[in-house]
Design a protein around this ligand. Sequence first.
Ligand SMILES: NC(=O)c1ccc[n+]([C@@H]2O[C@H](COP(=O)([O-])OP(=O)(O)OC[C@H]3O[C@@H](n4cnc5c(N)ncnc54)[C@H](OP(=O)(O)O)[C@@H]3O)[C@@H](O)[C@H]2O)c1
Length: 245
Amino acid sequence: MSNGKQHLFIVTGSSRGMGAALAKRLVAPEHRVIGIARRTAPELTGMEQWEQDLAQPLEAAERLQAWLTGQAPFASATLINNAGVISRPGPVEQTSLAELSNAIRVGLEATLLLSAAFLQGTRPWGVPLKILNISSGLGRRAMAGSAPYCAAKAGMDNLSASMALDEAARPNGARIVSLAPGVIDTDMQVQLRTADPAGFPEQQRFIEFKASGALMSPDEAAAKLVAYLNRADFGSQPVADIRQA
Ligand SMILES: NC(=O)c1ccc[n+]([C@@H]2O[C@H](COP(=O)([O-])OP(=O)(O)OC[C@H]3O[C@@H](n4cnc5c(N)ncnc54)[C@H](OP(=O)(O)O)[C@@H]3O)[C@@H](O)[C@H]2O)c1
């Protein structure tokens, strides 16, 4: 079957939070949307959902690569690496090794491997390609009690900037942005507000975000991300913040 008139969107972390809002917003007759998460969300209709653990990033990327290789070219293709994990806030030696590994595998290794698989699978199509990596202000400043999360996001930023240099050297290379999305009312914020403050000195800030109404709804955040994705200059600034866009 020809995919030629459809635009492909792959969204990780699509089962809840901002990823679910983003996937929902992208569903349209001319879009083929694929969500990837450990669980599916029954309320997300009009799209495909892959149950895939991104803590096994090699398996996930090989699945994506095999699927893309079997597809006829789409009109364009976009990968949104949105899945992210905050391990229980606290110093690293008080966090299990498995939890530390999970945060880096899902937050950083999956981003790298899925991006590579995406470029390998879609490059032969010769169509416009975009990668949007969902970063955080915490990739750009350190926060006590959150070392693996800060490291994953800092890694994501420089991964994106470096990949963008490779793509800029190619004719019609992919456009890549690592974007901090602002603060959003999701499970991740609940985790931060309810953490043990003993190993997490900034906890009060997160309690105040909620109390003062500073958190965006997932839908509001998703609307801003889609508008950003559609900007004509998408990719001109590989490391960006939606609050300064
Ligand atoms: N919320 C904020 O204020 C905020 C601020 C800055 C940046 N961000 C970033 O924005 C993105 C979305 O955050 P959110 O707040 O929407 O997070 P969230 O509510 O915690 O949702 C995380 C998503 O990632 C998926 N995920 C987690 N572990 C996974 C795994 N092993 N395999 C596959 N999928 C996995 C989850 O699905 P399953 O559990 O079903 O697997 C879920 O869909 C993240 O990258 C986050 O770092 C958020």
